[in-house]
Design a protein around this ligand. Structure first.
Ligand code: GGG
Length: 359
C-alpha cells in the first residue's frame, strides 16, 4: 500500500489550468491501481502571492516542501512582473535547494501528431534531453556596478562544478544504456567550447572521461549552433543529448516543437539521491497569450505525471498513463487547438483520465 504525499504548486497562467488535469490523471490511475493513493496539498504560490506578500513563496516554503514525496508544478511567469523575478523567486530555488541536478526532457513524435518538419513519420523523432539543472548559466553569480552611469558594468558568471557536470553526463549515459532504442545507442554532448574556453572545455573533458566507462555507446560532441541546425534537419539522428542548463533548455524547446507541440513536452527535475523531493512539470511556461482561455494542452502535464510515477517505481501505473496519452493523440477525437482540434483543456484532460481508467 503506497500513499504518496504530493505538493501541488499550480503557479501562474496556464499552470493553473493544466495542473487540474494532472491531478485528474493521478486520481484516475489511483482508482484502477490496487494500493496506490495520493494525498494532495495545494500551495497558492506564484505571482498572485508575490503581489500580496512581496515574495513568490513564503520564507519557509522550501522547509515546508521537504515533508513531501514529490512536487507537481505548473508554470511561473506574469505579464506584469519581470521574468527574472518570478523564475528566481519560485522555480529555481526549488531546483537548487532540492539538488535537482538531473532534468530529463523526452521528445517523441507520436502517431496522430504532425511534425512541422516535412516527411517525418511517427516514431522517427525519439530523443531524450538531459539538462544540467542547478548551475551553469543559471547560477545566480554576478553583479551590477555603477548602474545608470557611462561605465555601468555587469558580470554574469557561468558555474560548472565537477560534481554537477559529471552527475548529469553520467545520468545521460546510464539512461542511454537502459534505453531500448532500435537503431543504436548514442549520447550527444552539446557545448560551445570553442568560445567558452573554461567551463565548456571542462565539460568536454568530463564528457570524454565519463564516456570511457561506456565504450559500447556511440558518442558525439556538437557545438550548440550545429546542434540546433541538426535538430531541425535530422532530428532522427539523436538518441540521448546532454547539455548545460541554458543550452538544454533551448534544445528541448526545439525538440518539443519538432515533435508537434510545446503542449506535449514533459519534464522531470530529479534529485538523484532521493534525499529531497523531485519536481515534475510541463516544459512550457505560463503562456501569457492563451492563459485564462481554457485551451492549453494538458498532455505535457499528464506525461509529467507519468514520469513522476516512474520515479516512484510505480512502473505499471506510469505505463498506463503513457499509453493513455498515446491513445488520446492517435485517436484524434478530442484535441486542443495546438494539435488542430477544438477541445478545451478540461475536455482533453477528461479524455486522458477516461483512457487511463479504461487501460
Ligand atoms: N513549467 C515550466 C515553467 O514555468 N517555465 C518557466 C520558465 O521560464 N522556465 C525556465 C526554465 O525552466 O529554465
Amino acid at each position: 500500500m503506497a500513499e504518496y504525499k504530493i505538493a501541488v504548486i499550480p503557479g501562474d497562467g496556464v499552470g493553473l489550468e493544466v495542473i487540474a488535469e494532472g491531478r485528474k490523471a493521478l486520481e484516475a490511475v489511483a482508482s484502477v491501481t490496487d494500493g496506490l493513493s495520493f494525498q494532495f496539498t495545494e500551495f497558492p504560490w506564484g505571482s498572485e502571492y508575490y503581489r500580496e506578500t512581496g515574495n513568490l513563496m513564503p520564507v519557509d516554503g522550501i522547509e515546508t516542501l521537504k515533508a513531501f514525496d514529490t512536487i507537481l508544478f505548473g508554470a511561473v511567469g506574469d505579464p506584469n512582473i519581470p521574468d527574472h523575478i518570478t523564475l528566481h523567486g519560485l522555480l529555481l530555488p526549488m531546483r537548487r535547494s532540492f539538488d535537482q541536478g538531473v532534468c530529463i526532457r523526452p521528445a517523441y513524435l507520436h502517431p496522430g501528431v504532425e511534425s512541422p518538419l516535412a516527411g517525418k513519420k511517427a516514431g522517427d523523432i525519439d530523443m531524450v534531453i538531459f539538462r544540467e539543472n542547478t548551475e551553469g548559466e543559471y547560477a545566480p553569480v554576478g553583479g551590477r556596478l555603477y548602474a545608470g552611469t557611462a561605465h555601468e558594468t555587469v558580470v554574469q558568471t557561468n558555474m560548472f562544478t565537477r560534481r554537477g557536470t559529471e552527475r548529469i553526463i553520467r545520468a545521460a549515459f546510464e539512461y542511454c544504456d537502459r534505453r531500448n532504442k532500435a537503431n543504436g545507442k548514442k549520447v550527444t554532448s552539446v557545448t560551445k567550447s570553442n568560445a567558452q574556453s573554461f567551463g565548456m572545455v571542462f565539460w568536454d573533458e568530463v564528457f570524454t572521461e565519463v564516456a570511457a566507462d561506456f565504450p559500447h555507446i556511440e558518442t558525439e560532441s556538437l557545438l550548440v549552433d550545429r546542434a540546433c541546425m541538426d535538430l531541425v534537419r535530422w532530428p532522427e539522428d539523436f538518441d540521448v543529448m546532454v547539455a548545460s542548463n541554458l543550452f538544454a533548455d533551448i534544445l528541448s524547446d526545439i525538440a518539443a516543437v519538432v515533435t508537434g507541440s510545446m503542449g506535449l513536452a514533459p519534464s522531470a527535475n530529479i534529485n538523484p539521491d532521493h534525499e529531497f523531493p523531485s519536481l515534475f512539470e510541463p516544459v512550457h511556461g505560463a503562456a501569457f497569450d492563451i492563459m485564462g482561455k481554457g485551451i492549453a494542452n494538458p498532455l505535457a502535464t499528464v506525461s509529467a505525471v507519468a514520469m513522476m510515477l516512474d520515479h516512484f517505481g510505480e512502473t505499471a501505473a506510469a505505463e498506463r498513463v503513457d499509453k493513455a496519452v498515446a491513445k488520446c493523440l492517435e485517436q484524434r477525437t478530442i484535441l486542443t487547438v495546438d494539435l488542430g482540434g477544438t477541445a478545451s483543456t478540461s475536455e482533453m484532460g477528461d479524455e486522458a483520465a477516461r483512457l487511463i481508467r479504461e487501460g
